[in-house]
Design a protein around this ligand. Structure first.
Ligand code: ATP
Ligand code: MG
Length: 757
């Protein structure tokens, strides 16, 4: 059978052009990813060794799917292809080469939490106001410097950058970056951006290493090239410099990561970098109905900056796009949930044919509740990863210390958990000693008596001995036996076992789940190296979505639009189409940001194969207050001929007056003032006391018997909050509620003055 038969002539030409630089810039659903997949299969069929092929994808999931498809054409050989995200591929290379640039082979990868915790510690040490130097902001600044390959030294020498920081009232930024980099180095740790930054350093500084990988990767392919940042761009460019067998595919209209430093220019400049590039255009969309393609085109043409493309579909015309209006986010959830049930029955679909896409993660709550109410199974993508749970991170911190005892964040996390009498002051003394005398953290721990007095020196010394004993166990035991030993001897298992609360029990189960995972890993036959250190490398870059236990489960998918890139579903719901939400309030200041939001909308629309549903609410709770919402401008931008307004739930004004324009007008008149005023910016409050709560007018405690974990409530005095746990039996049910202003509180339901919102 001709394995290239499933390609149209332009796709086939792109697949067969295996030598030299190739660029495919094409619209959504035109088969770009399919071309890469077939191209790899084709190369292997032609006799290219899979070890010589490097494919860079945007998610681990995409890599996995691609590998499976290639395997169906070329068999087991597909296992040897170098394929994965930029981060995972270059982390793997750095594991081999790290020592050259002064890192241990077992370097730790700091996740976002570690990074922010370290930044906070530095801010504290430098006595800086953490409102002005907000940790997220500092992280963003450091990240963007790294992604533009600006080292701390260069940052501090760059007058333009320094002037910008001074103008923003944050003159210490350069010093923070410098300290942050030193501390990561001292801890033998790299953050996510370092994986790319240090790869660049490595390839730049060591020509022989560069040479090795240039010859290793004879063929390079990059999917979603429009979303690469400068650091990624340069790695690819360096690696491809000798053979120039590089194929990039992308769509400028789907560039949605500029906020993280992605540079659409990379795709536009490809031609300059490789003057003899062969360019292929794919214009036929195979994914979606004509209706959906037309609607998508009608939106994206409103952007001024775009490469001209003519995307068409020869699929069926398809149904019109349904637009629903709800009066609240909860009602919107209900409309979506009911539409899913109906359409599934009517068209004989499965739950997994449906996806709900939203602009921000917070919107998932109303959707989840509505789906749960009528028993629609769903899977939330991009939620908290299993590996981000506290108990899992605690145990992993012990693993991390075992392999890299200088790991500062891991040390801080568990040196006194479970409790062993090492207070914060002692930890601080250790850090200061390391800092002032330029010692490695671990040297201070094992020489505790030199730096600390009596009792704390003993406690710290014993902790050091324990970690050393773990290191000895790890040397001679399997991953599972080592992990089990550490779980027991660190005291974590016992601590969780003794906690008999509902959460305690589930934490204990999670630890067991982790140990089960390690057991499975220990017993795998397809890999040679099965130590706990290798397992740790595997999980460091996993996200929730990769930890998909059962990818074939029949569940509705829920995710942000960012996470939906590259995916497709028969029926798609895009919810929350309201001004200030989508487009986001933060994007309304400049054309380029608004255009990025529009591209995001284009990505969302083009995920749908057969049917698209859009919805908005006319009021929504945000930050604890009820706001009126105006329908999104994107609704107006869609070709009206593609839309079917479904406002039957409420008396409609739109049908008679025509278009969202009129609803926007009506809204405008209703609230001219707030509409014409510039959008309010978030105001920082300096008061540390929570504001007194003014109950919603007409507040009356409601029947709380239907209360469930996850629900939002209002308390007469404590304000708005979310139920995080319920325990005990009626009538003595105790609710743990996280209040926005006050934090967590436990209340006995029978006395609590609560209202479900
Ligand atoms: P995106 O821009 O969203 O990443 P893409 O350009 O990568 O989209 P693919 O995901 O490769 O597009 O293809 C979209 C859909 O069309 C897939 O289901 C794919 O299998 C199908 N498809 C692509 N080309 C063909 C073809 N020649 N014949 C049949 N189906 C095709
Ligand atoms: Mg794709």
């Amino acid at each position: 059978m001709d394995y290239l038969a499933g390609l149209n002539p332009s796709q086939r030409a792109a697949v067969e052009q295996t030598e030299g630089p190739v660029m495919i810039v094409a619209g959504a659903g035109s088969g770009k990813t399919r071309v890469i997949t077939f191209r790899v299969a084709h190369l292997i069929r032609k006799g290219v060794d899979p070890f010589h092929i490097l494919v860079l994808t945007f998610t681990n999931k995409a890599a996995k799917e691609m590998r499976e498809r290639i395997m169906s054409v070329v068999g087991q050989e597909a296992k040897n292809i170098w394929m994965g995200t930029f981060h995972s591929v270059f982390a793997r290379i750095l594991r081999v080469e790290a020592e050259l640039i002064g890192y241990p082979r077992n370097f730790t990868i700091y996740d976002t939490d570690d990074t922010k915790s370290l930044i906070r510690a530095i801010l504290k040490e430098m006595n800086l106001d953490d409102k002005l130097y907000n940790a997220n902001h500092v992280y963003g600044r450091i990240s963007s410097a790294k992604n533009n390959l600006i080292s701390p030294q260069e940052y501090n020498k760059n007058e333009a950058i320094m002037a910008e920081d001074i103008a923003n009232g944050r003159p210490q930024m350069g010093q923070i970056y410098m300290t942050y980099a030193q501390r990561c180095y001292r801890a033998g740790a790299m953050d996510f951006d370092d994986l790319l930054f240090k790869t660049n350093v490595l390839l730049n500084k060591y020509p022989e290493v560069l040479h090795k990988y240039q010859h290793q990767f004879k063929y390079l392919m990059v999917d979603e090239y429009q979303d690469t940042n400068f650091s990624q761009y340069l790695i690819v460019k360096r690696l491809a410099a000798v053979n120039e067998n590089i194929c990039v595919v992308g769509d400028d209209a789907q560039s949605i990561y500029a906020f993280r430093g992605a540079n659409i220019q990379n795709i536009l400049n490809f031609q300059k970098d490789y003057p003899d590039v062969q360019i292929f255009k794919l214009e036929q969309n195979y994914r979606s109905t004509k209706m959906i393609v037309n609607a998508a085109n009608s939106v994206i043409e409103k952007n001024q900056n775009q490469l001209e493309k003519n995307v068409f579909s020869e699929n069926e015309d398809g149904e019109k796009i349904k637009v629903a209006r709800a009066f609240s986010d909860n009602e919107e959830g209900k409309i979506v949930a009911e539409a899913i049930t109906q359409e599934r029955a009517l068209k004989n679909l499965r739950y997994k044919d449906f996806a709900i896409l939203y602009r921000t993660n917070a919107q998932s709550r109303a959707m989840e509740e509505a789906l749960r109410k009528i028993n629609v199974p769903y899977k939330l993508y991009g939620g908290t990863s299993f590996y981000q749970r506290k108990e899992i991170k605690d145990l992993i911190a012990y693993f991390r210390l075992t392999f890299n005892p200088n790991d500062e964040e891991a040390l801080k996390r568990v040196i006194n958990y479970p409790r062993r009498g090492i207070g914060d002051t002692t930890v601080e003394k250790i850090l200061v000693a390391a800092d002032q005398q330029q010692y490695r953290l671990w040297d201070v721990v094992v020489n505790a008596h030199t730096f600390l007095d009596g009792r704390s020196a003993n406690a710290v010394g014993n902790f050091g001995l324990m970690i050393q004993s773990f290191q000895a166990v790890a040397k001679t035991n399997s991953a599972f036996d080592t992990a089990m030993h550490i779980a027991q001897h660190s005291g974590i298992l016992k601590d969780l076992y003794e906690d008999k609360s509902v959460e305690g029990l589930s934490r204990y189960e999670n630890i067991q789940e982790l140990l089960n995972g390690i057991k499975e890993f220990s017993e795998r036959e397809d890999i040679e190296e099965k130590g706990l250190d290798v397992f740790m490398q595997d999980i460091a870059l996993l996200t929730n979505d990769d930890n998909d236990k059962d990818p074939n489960a029949d569940t509705v998918s829920m995710m942000t639009i960012h996470a939906s890139k590259g995916l497709e579903f028969p029926v798609v719901f895009i919810v929350g189409l309201e001004e200030n939400l989508f487009p986001s309030q933060l994007s309304l200041n400049s054309r380029s940001e608004l255009e990025e939001e529009r591209r995001l909308f284009y990505v969302a629309v083009t995920r749908a194969e057969k049917k698209l549903h859009l919805s908005y609410a006319t009021s929504r709770y945000r930050w604890g207050t009820l706001n009126n919402c105006e329908p999104s401008r994107f609704l107006d931008e869609l070709n009206p001929a593609c839309l079917e307004l479904d406002f039957k739930q409420r008396p409609a004004t739109l049908e008679t007056t025509g278009g969202f324009q009129s609803e926007r007008m009506a809204w405008k008149q209703k609230d001219t003032e707030s509409y014409s005023k510039p959008k309010p910016k978030m105001v920082k409050t300096t008061s540390i006391l929570p504001k007194a709560h003014v109950p919603t007018p007409g507040f009356a405690p409601s029947d709380t018997s239907a209360l469930q974990v996850g629900m939002e409530v209002e308390h007469e005095r404590f304000g708005f909050g979310k139920v995080v746990n319920l325990e005990g039996n009626r009538p003595d049910i105790k609710a743990t509620i996280f209040f926005k202003e006050l934090g967590q509180k436990q209340l006995l339901l029978k006395f609590a003055k609560l209202r479900i919102v």
